[in-house]
Every structure is written in C-alpha cells, then in structure tokens.
Write a protein that binds this ligand. Sequence first.
Ligand code: LMR
Length: 394
Amino acid sequence: MFANLTAQPADKILALVAAFRADPRETKVDLGVGVYKDASGNTPVMRAVKEAERRIHADQTTKAYTGLAGDPAFADAMIDLVLGDTIARDKIAAVATPGGTGAIRQGLELIKLAAPDATIWLSAPTWPNHPSIVKYLGMNMAEYRYFDSATRGVDFDGMLADLARVPAGDVVLLHGCCHNPTGANLTAAQLEKVIALIKSQGAVPFIDIAYQGFGDGLTEDAQATRTVAQSFDNVLIAASCSKNFGVYRERTGILMGVCKTADETALAQQNMAFLNRQNYSFPPDHGARVVTTILTDPALRADWEAELEEVRRGMLDLRQMLADELRRLTNSDRFDFLADHRGMFSRLGTTPDLVEKLRADHGIYMVSDSRMNIAGLNKTSVPILAKAIVDAGI
Ligand code: LMR
C-alpha cells in the first residue's frame, strides 16, 4: 500500500529548520520559522506560563476528558482577549483546537459543511499553509493582490480591485494583524473600505489572528478583528496562542464563529464540536489550561502582558536598528519600510537567488520569498544581516 504513495511537497518554512541545524557555521543566523528568540538565541518559557504550569501541576486532580469543544473557560477567556466585549457571548460559537493551524483547518472544514462550493480568497502572498490546507481539502481557492513589491507596503488599489470580483457567499481570509509573510498591514481607514466592499459583495470574512500583541499592542492588534466581527452577521476567527504565550509545541488555539442569532450559534457550536470529534476527538488541554490560568488571574495576567510588551518593544527596536544600519550603509532610505512593518515578519523584497546567496555566503537563513523573522534577530546579528544584504547587492 505505502508503495503507492507519492512524495508530498516540502513545507518551505519547515525545510529551513533542518537546513539551519545542519549548517556548522558559528555565525549563522536563523530568520526562518516564526519563533521568538531572546538576545541569547533562546526561545524562553514565559514567566507567567511557568507559574501557571506550576499551579496546574500542584492543583490538577484529574486528566479525564474535558468536552469536545475544550474547557468552556478557555473559550470565555480567549473570546474576551480577542473580541473584548464587542460581541454578545451568545452570538459566538467556539471550540479549542490544536494551535492556530488546527483552527484554520477546522474553520475551513466548517465552511465546507456550510457552503461546499465557496471559494476561499487568500492574500497574495499569504502564509504558505493557507493555500496548502485549502488545496488539501479540495476547496476552491482564489487570490487577491496584497503586497506592493516596489513600496513593500500594501497594494491597496490592487486589493480593492480584486476584492470587487468576489461573488456573494465566498470567503475572504484576512490577517487580523502582523501580516505573514510581508509585515505590511492595512490602516484603520483602509480596513473600513475593505469591510464595506466585502460586505457589499456579500462575502464572509475569515480572520487568522496569530500574532496578537506582537504589533502595536494587545488591544490595538485585536482592533481589526473586533471591527470586522461587529460589521458582519457571520465571521470566522482562528486565533493562535503559540506566539503571544510562547506555547508553540503545546498546540493551543481556538476557532470562533460570530453568528447572527442564538439558534445559529447553537448549530455552529454543534457542528464545530462534531468536527473536533471527527478529527481528533478532544482538543489538547494543557496549553489551553495554562492560557486560561493566566488570563483569569489578574497578577499572572499583568506579568504576562508585561513580558509580552517587552518582547514587542524588543522587536520594534530591532526593526529600527536594522533600518538605521541599512540607511547608514546604503546612504538611502530604501529599507525604511523595515521600521514601518509590524509583527514578526518583514518581506525584504528580493529574489530567491539572492536569498540563496545570503545563505551560501553568509549563513543567513530566510524563506525563499525573502520573508525574515525579525524576532530571530538580536543586537549582534543585526549588523551582520545589514552588511550581508548590502554585500549581496540587494
Ligand atoms: C511561521 O509562519 O513561520 C509560523 O507560523 C510557524 C509555522 O507553522 O509555519
């Protein structure tokens, strides 16, 4: 049987992890997979996470199953974190999922049950796992323009022109904040225009929010999601805790569905629980319990917010440092966009050949589309990267 298998395409982000590990050069710099690293290159367990784990270890009396939707307290805490009090709780269906990817997958499967012919519109470019999962599920897919490779900002005219072609009932996937892979984001005024357009087309938004707290702040980064949630009868939201709680391997995420009526909420909730049952029965609990413990304890929450804010400010400093260094070396402002971008990533905007040259000549690893993980930099590697970019003739 297995001899009939054909090789699957390698994930270009994950392939970099192995290539980086195998590189013996001491000066190598990993700007590949989206994982935060501190000044010494470690991905630390956050203080509040350690403390929450300690409490769970001490107090937990059972490992019996939770529910198919996960612990309701996790859903309540995450709905509060992402949506605040913008939507009444009885208008939101929600299930815990294995990470943000799990939420994307379950959201797409829910769309498949509700509207099997709907096309999923993705930004060009987007996180490679989006098209990969849509394709794997056999769903229809289309792209809308998003990135202007000349300015390294949003191609807003192109985006509007493409979204104007979206038929009623299709789904538009939007990044809630910190666009992956470009780092270029809509302004609030642009978002209003996108909302009005999608609404007039009769399309349904699906928001992927994986970096809340990494851009302009916890509340600021949730604003676009909240505005969209308030503007439509139905919205899907996939939220990840991997990055902002640093619980990557615990696979902690949530799928939310904003519904029009309480009856619709019950139906969506029942379908989401059914999908969890079909795919893995119960979602993982440990990371969700850690997150719930932090979000519901004022002191732990304050400590988590403080540490997250340090991480966010650290990334902004690295962005500014890199932009300044490139300004100094090139005597031009053409890399200033790096300081304007937000979140973990920036797309440098160069060719796969030059990305390969950076790897071969300087041991600098970034995704072939020239996406750099800014959170993988530190004060030592910034000047090395800047010099390599200039040496490579980018
Ligand atoms: C990334 O884009 O690097 C992260 O979201 C990690 C992943 O799973 O690809």
